[in-house]
Design a protein around this ligand. Sequence first.
Ligand SMILES: Cc1cc2nc3c(=O)[nH]c(=O)nc-3n(C[C@H](O)[C@H](O)[C@H](O)COP(=O)(O)OP(=O)(O)OC[C@H]3O[C@@H](n4cnc5c(N)ncnc54)[C@H](O)[C@@H]3O)c2cc1C
Length: 425
Amino acid sequence: MQTIVIVGGGAGGLELATRLGDTMGRKGRAKIILVDRSPTHFWKPLLHTVASGKRDPQVFQIEYSAQAAEHGFQFIHAEMRSVDRASRTLELAPCMRDDGIAPPARTLEYSTLVLALGAVTNFYGVPGAAGHVCTLDHVGDAKGFYRRFLGACVRASQGGGEKVNVMIVGGGATGVELAAELAHSARALARYKVHTLDPARDVRISILERGSRILPHLPPEMSARAEKYLASRGIEVCTGAAVTSVEADTIHVDGVPRPATMTLWAAGVEGPAISKTFGLSLGRMRQIMVNASLQSVDDPNVFAIGDCASFVCPVKGAAPPRAQVAHQQAVFLAGALARREGAPLPEFRYRDYGSLVSLGPVAAVGVLFGGSVARQLPVSGATANLLYGMMYQKHLMALHGVVRAAAVMLVDWLRKRITPSVKLH
Ligand SMILES: Cc1cc2nc3c(=O)[nH]c(=O)nc-3n(C[C@H](O)[C@H](O)[C@H](O)COP(=O)(O)OP(=O)(O)OC[C@H]3O[C@@H](n4cnc5c(N)ncnc54)[C@H](O)[C@@H]3O)c2cc1C
C-alpha cells in the first residue's frame, strides 16, 4: 500500500489530508500521514485578529490528532528537518509536548510526498529588520505582538505624556487588516479602562507602503476607499515610503528616523529556508517550482501546494500566496492522487474569485470576479464584511462538513455577545 506523506497542516495541507483520509485512508487504499510541528491548526488569514486581541486562538484551533482520528489519516507531531529523495525518507525532529515529553527523532518513508510548508516573512535584506520587528508567521508571533501592544499601552498610561507608535510596514492585505483591527482594539481597551490613554491622540498607528497606493491588488477606487476609511479611524497611511533600516525603537523611512514603539513587518513572504536543502528547483521567492500537475519539476514523487509552491498558470500567470490558492490546490490534488495508479495526472487550473480585505469588525473592501477577471464587481462596507466572514466558514465546511461548521459559527456568534470584544490581559 502506498504512503502519502503531507508535511504542513495549514490552509492547504490539512484540507488535503482530510480529503485523502476520507477517500483513500478510510478505505485502506493508501496510508495518509500528516506531519506538522504544531499540535493544532489555526487558519492563518485570521492571525491579525489574534494580533489585535480580538480572537482567542485556543478557541479556534483544530486539534490535528482529533481531525486525523475522524478522517482516516495519521498525524505525527514533529518538525521535518530534511528530505532524502533517493531513499524517499524524511528526517523528523520531535516537538516537545506540553507535558514536557518529547518522542524520539525518527525517519519516515514515503511513496508520495506533498510539501505544504507555507511561507515566512521576507525582510528583503533591510538592515535591522530581522532582529527588531514583529512578524505574523504563526500563532506565537500574533500572541507575542498583542502582548507587546497591550504592555506598551499600559506602560504609556503610567509614564505620563508618552505615546504608543505602532509602525506597520507593508500596505497589503495583512498590514491593512491589522491596522484596522488594532485601532479598534485601542479604543476598546480604553473603554474597559485597561489603559488611560486617549486612543485617538496617544496611540498612533501608521502604515508605511513603498508603492504609490495601499492594496495594490485591488482596483484604485477600492484602495482610495480603504485609505479614507483608515484615515477616519485615525490611522496614518504613508505611501511612497521606503523603509531603509530598523532599530529597536526607531524606523528609518527614506533615511529619516521616526520613533517606533513597535514595528510589524508585513511587506511580503518567501518560501521557508529549509526549501534550499531539498535539491529541487526554486523560484525567485524560494518557492518550489511545480508543473501543471503541482509536481516538482525535478521529482515526480514530490508535490508542493500553497505558499511554498511556485505555480505559474498558463492563463492567469503566477498564483499568489493566498489561502484561496492553497484551498484550490488541495481540492485538485485530493482528486488527482485518488486516481488509480498509472492514470495520467490532470492539470491544475487556478480560478481567481477575487479578493476581500477586512477593515475591522464592520467593514471590508474588495472585488469579486464573476467568471472572468474582465467582469469584476467591486464590493465594500457591510456586504463585503459579510462575504469576508464567509471565507472562514468555507474553510470550516471543508474540514468539518456543513452541520459542524454551522455549529462552530453559532458558538462563535454567541461567544462574541457574552465576552469582551478584546482580550484584556
Ligand atoms: C494576517 C494574514 C492575513 C491573511 N489574509 C488572507 C486572506 O484574507 N485571504 C487569503 O486568501 N489569504 C490570506 N492570507 C494568506 C494565507 O494565510 C496563506 O496564503 C495560506 O495560509 C497558505 O496556506 P499553506 O497551506 O500554504 O500554508 P500555511 O497555512 O502557512 O501552513 C503551513 C503549515 O506548515 C507547517 N510547517 C512549516 N514548516 C514545517 C516543518 N519543517 N515541519 C513540519 N511542519 C511545518 C506549519 O506549522 C503550518 O501549519 C493571510 C495571511 C496572513 C498572515
